[in-house]
Design a binder for this molecule. Structure first.
Ligand code: IPE
Ligand code: IPE
Ligand code: MG
Length: 229
C-alpha cells in the first residue's frame, strides 16, 4: 500500500482585507462602521491562528494609495489603528504573537510610530508573526530593495529578496482577497510570484476563522509546480 500523501500546509498567508465600505453601505451604516467591524474580524482571525499551521499572517491594512481617500476616512482608519494597538497588544503578548509592520510606517503620525515601536519591542519574541502592511506599496518596496542591493554592489534576485520587508518571513504560500475584486492593488508583488491565490466574494467584515480554514483546505488540494512538471 502506498503511503498517504502528506497534504501541504500554508506557512505564510497574506490577505487583502477588502470590502469594508460595501459592507457598511449594504447595511445603510456609515463607512467607519465597516472599518470597525473589519477590525473585529482581524481580532478573531488572529485568535484563531493557534489552531492552524500558519506561522505568519500578513494583512493589508493601509496602502500607500489609500491616502487618496477623503481626509475624514483616513483619520478614522488611523484612529482605529491607534485603538487596535492599544486594546490588542496585551492579547498579542499573551498569545505569543510577534507583531511586524511592513511599509513606510515610520512616516505615519509620530504617536502611532511610538505606539508601534513599543508594540514591536514588547512582542519581539512571539513565535507566530502577524505582519501588518501600513502605508505599504509593493512597487516602492521593490524599488527600495533594488536600490539597497545596488548600493551593496550586487543586484540579483537573491539580493533584492534579502532587502524586502519580508526577508525574515517564510515564502508566501497563499494570498487571499475578499470582496470579489480580482487584483493585487500593489500588494506583495514580488512575493506573490508563485503564491496560490484565492479570491472570495465575502466582504472583509464577514470573514471568519472558518473562511480561513476553508481557504487553507483549498490550498491543501492545489498542485504547485513552480514551473516544473
Ligand atoms: C478595505 O475596505 C479597507 C481599506 C482599504 C483600508 P474598503 O474601504 O476598500 O471597502 P470597499 O472596497 O470600498 O468596499
Ligand atoms: C486594497 O484595497 C488596500 C487594502 C485592503 C488596505 P483598496 O480598496 O484600496 O483597493 P482598490 O482601490 O479597490 O484597488
Ligand atoms: Mg476597497
Amino acid at each position: 500500500m502506498s503511503k498517504p500523501e502528506k497534504t501541504q500546509e500554508a506557512r505564510h498567508v497574506a490577505i487583502i482585507m477588502d470590502g469594508n465600505g460595501r459592507w457598511a453601505k449594504r447595511k445603510h451604516l456609515p463607512r467607519v462602521m465597516g472599518h470597525r467591524k473589519g477590525v473585529e474580524a482581524v481580532r478573531e482571525l488572529v485568535r484563531s491562528l493557534k489552531d492552524t499551521p500558519v506561522e505568519c499572517l500578513t494583512l493589508y491594512a493601509f496602502s500607500s494609495e489609500n491616502w487618496k481617500r477623503p481626509e475624514d476616512e483616513v483619520d478614522d482608519l488611523m484612529n482605529l489603528m491607534r485603538k487596535f494597538i492599544k486594546s490588542d497588544l496585551p492579547e498579542f503578548i499573551a498569545n505569543d504573537v510577534r507583531l511586524k509592520i511592513i511599509g513606510d510606517w515610520q512616516s505615519l503620525a509620530s504617536d502611532i510610530v511610538e505606539m508601534l515601536e513599543d508594540a514591536l519591542a514588547k512582542t519581539a519574541h512571539g513565535s507566530r508573526t502577524l505582519a501588518v502592511a501600513l502605508n505599504y506599496g509593493g512597487q516602492a518596496e521593490i524599488a527600495q530593495a533594488a536600490a539597497k542591493a545596488a548600493a551593496a554592489g550586487e543586484v540579483t534576485e537573491r539580493s533584492i529578496a534579502a532587502n524586502l520587508y519580508t526577508a525574515d518571513l517564510p515564502p508566501l504560500d497563499l494570498l487571499i482577497r475578499t470582496s470579489g475584486e480580482v487584483r493585487l492593488s500593489n500588494f506583495l508583488l514580488w512575493q506573490a510570484a508563485y503564491a496560490e491565490m484565492i479570491f472570495t466574494e465575502v466582504l472583509w467584515p464577514d470573514f471568519t476563522p472558518e473562511h480561513l480554514q476553508d481557504a487553507l483546505d483549498q490550498f491543501a488540494g492545489r498542485e504547485r509546480r513552480f514551473g516544473g512538471r
